[in-house]
Design a binder for this molecule. Structure first.
Ligand code: ADP
Length: 426
């Protein structure tokens, strides 16, 4: 009653006011709206046409409804009027439905100002990037050419600060591009194998989610999986899932995460830098491509961010295959079990048998029991395996786990040429 702009009144059987809204009291020039009680309702309305309508309402047996035009303080205003009688008392309201043009104009002005702000931000960020590149590039040159440890240290600090600032500027640039509607998503063909490297928008989303996972996880693991599901139309939806064992997110903070410049639980960040724009940008990018990002988290235990993006298919076929896969046998020697298991799954997906050794004893046992075409070992365990195969005179091809994907794709070639006996790569 105190706040509504509508003119509301309750009257008794004698048509005397029992209660009005503050806006009606103001119309009758009564300062305190609680002081209207006891007055004849007709007295409160200054306008003769309004008084006529009140007369009609009072005469009416029950429900009354109409739309009227009045001139109040020289202004044309429209009201929808509804009232009803209950045990002799009348409750009625005049709802102002006047022209909303001024409100709409004000809103459009505000939107225009917001868009001008975004364009300004975009231009500024762009202008700042050029000299920033020079600063970073020049400090890089100093780092290469200078031998003095003190100058080296200072130049490294300049470069680091420059890179941090660049990351912030890039975020603002992207954000303002999205806000001002200048971010375009263009459909192009790409090879699935290079998805994460070459498809800039997808890479940006994943880099953001992965670097957040790394930033907010002090201990444990980060698991990144890619899956796809076929849609009814023949296209596919890619599902990227990033699960960390980090600080987690409070339930009440979940809705805020994707807001602009929004950081939550900052005291738990321990000096981690950020603008709070990353997730807002990542979600906008996904949504403009017809997808979305969602999150699940247990505070103190970790979070799972899931990005889904629909993609069309132009040509179909496996992007990695192994000739005579069923005849091949692979051994993985890797001590981190989550990583090791994901490698085993990758090899199995190619239709190749795979045995896992998590310890030195398991390695020796496996080599004694089985014959392996390929052995993949963690870089730090590489020498151990090499010594073992030399000692036992085992004929196999040894590679580092990090090169496994390339191996899978090139297995056939390597096998045919039969030349690389030991490859160590990154
Ligand atoms: P920032 O630049 O601060 O990382 P983001 O928009 O990427 O900005 O993330 C917003 C906030 O969401 C972060 O400040 C952090 O509080 C929270 N957050 C994002 N990812 C995670 C995560 N994996 N674990 C815990 N908190 C996260």
């Amino acid at each position: 009653m105190a706040a509504t702009p509508n003119l509301i009144a309750m009257v008794d059987e004698m048509n005397r006011v029992t209660y009005t809204s503050a806006s009606l009291a103001a119309l009758a020039h009564i300062e305190n709206y609680e002081m209207t009680a006891g007055r004849p309702i007709i007295d409160l309305f200054p306008d003769i046409n309004m008084k006529l309508v009140i007369g009609e309402i009072v005469e009416a047996e029950g429900f009354y409804e109409s739309t009227e035009e009045f001139f109040l303080n020289g202004e044309r205003r429209y009201f929808k009027i509804i009232s009803d009688r209950f045990r002799g008392n009348i409750g009625g309201r005049f709802i102002d439905i006047s022209d909303i043009t001024p409100i709409m104009t004000a809103r459009l002005d505000a939107e225009e100002a917001n868009s001008a702000k975004s364009i300004f931000l975009a231009r500024m960020s762009h202008e700042i990037r050029t000299p920033m590149n020079a600063i970073i590039g020049m400090s890089e040159l100093i780092l290469r050419e200078q031998t003095s440890p003190a100058i080296h240290e200072h130049a490294a600090a300049v470069k680091q600060a420059g890179n941090n600032l660049m990351a912030i500027i890039n975020d603002i640039l992207d954000f303002s591009k999205i806000e001002s509607g200048k971010m375009e998503i263009i459909p192009v063909e790409y090879e699935f194998a290079s998805l994460i490297n070459d498809v800039i928008r997808i890479r940006q989303v994943l880099l953001n989610l992965l670097s957040n996972a790394a930033k907010y996880t002090n201990q444990g693991s980060i698991i990144f999986t890619v899956e796809s599901a076929r849609n009814e139309t023949g296209s596919i939806t890619l599902k990227f899932e990033i699960t960390d064992t980090g600080i987690g997110i409070r339930r009440e903070d979940m809705d805020k995460l994707f807001g602009d410049f929004s950081q939550v639980d900052t005291h738990a960040h321990h000096g981690v830098e950020g603008t709070g724009l990353g997730l807002a940008i990542a979600r906008s990018l996904c949504r403009s491509a017809g997808g979305d990002i969602t999150v699940k988290s247990v505070y103190g235990e970790g979070s799972t961010f899931t990005a889904v993006i629909p993609q069309g298919i132009t040509k179909e076929g496996p992007f990695a295959s192994v000739a005579d896969s069923e005849t091949k046998n692979v051994l993985i020697y890797e001590r981190r079990d989550i990583y090791a298991n994901s490698l085993v799954r990758s090899i199995n997906n190619l239709g190749v048998r795979c045995r896992l050794a998590l310890t030195g004893e398991e390695l020796v046992k496996a080599l004694g029991e089985d014959r392996f075409d390929f052995i993949f070992a963690a870089s730090c365990l590489f020498d151990e395996v090499q010594d073992q195969i030399r000692k036992e005179r085992i004929d196999t091809t040894l590679g580092a786990c990090g090169t496994l994907v390339n191996f899978c794709m090139n297995m056939q070639k390597i096998h045919k040429r039969n030349r690389t006996r030991s490859v160590r790569g990154s």
